[in-house]
Design a protein around this ligand. Sequence first.
Ligand code: IPE
Ligand code: IPE
Ligand code: MG
Length: 245
Amino acid sequence: MKSDGDIPAHVAIVMDGNGRWAKQRRRPRTFGHQAGLKALRRIVEYCGRLGVAELTVFAFSSENWKRPKKEVSRLMELFMRALDKETRELHENGVRVRFIGDLEAFSPELREKVRQAEQLTANNDRLKLNVAASYGGRWDIVHAARELARDVASGRIQPGQIDEDLFASRLELSGSRDPDLFIRTGGEMRVSNFLLWQGAYSELFFSPVLWPDFGPEAMDEAIAAYQSRERRFGLTGEQLRQKSA
Ligand code: IPE
Ligand code: IPE
Ligand code: MG
């Protein structure tokens, strides 16, 4: 990674590989999720130091509800404990926490803890941490479409007013820039329903490192790859060079 290079302002991470990490150690999958939480602490801290402004992590997908009941309930317990244990420290470190996803599916108790964490950290501005839980990119888009449909039905807006900006304003992460760098750990090369709209022009980086082992070194590698890319957004390379000249 070039220390004088461009640091991505918004990084999104699919934190994958906890189960395999645990399996390699002949331990239950939950053990991997616990180690995954430690890895998240490390990366949040490192992103703050690097000057990344916003980090969005995929913690639990809308499809993950279909996992064995026991794994799901252990994950919910882990979220609860993490909120209890980590919120204060995040707050002291200037991290603003936000949850994105279909929180209606959570228990009222967990929803309340989420609300408290968001409220406590709402005015922090060192690093924005968005935790995607019970999140799916398709859910996000359908949810936005439903809200806009309601506005049309009630006469608040005309169908012709719906453009990309208005649509994006109804999505989770409205008000955030689109992720510059999209990382998936754990070796799978797929998006698995994360940030489908917002990732349209993100630079993708797939790391073979299992999430619990993902640390500053692996992050540096992802950022180095990002720094070596030319982001053209549909333009030609020549156009870009003219613009920056
Ligand atoms: C990611 O790790 C965490 C969640 C999806 C909750 P996995 O649990 O998917 O780990 P692998 O992919 O089975 O190794
Ligand atoms: C994506 O990982 C979701 C999270 C990391 C939270 P999965 O393990 O659920 O994705 P697939 O099933 O391999 O596509
Ligand atoms: Mg997985």
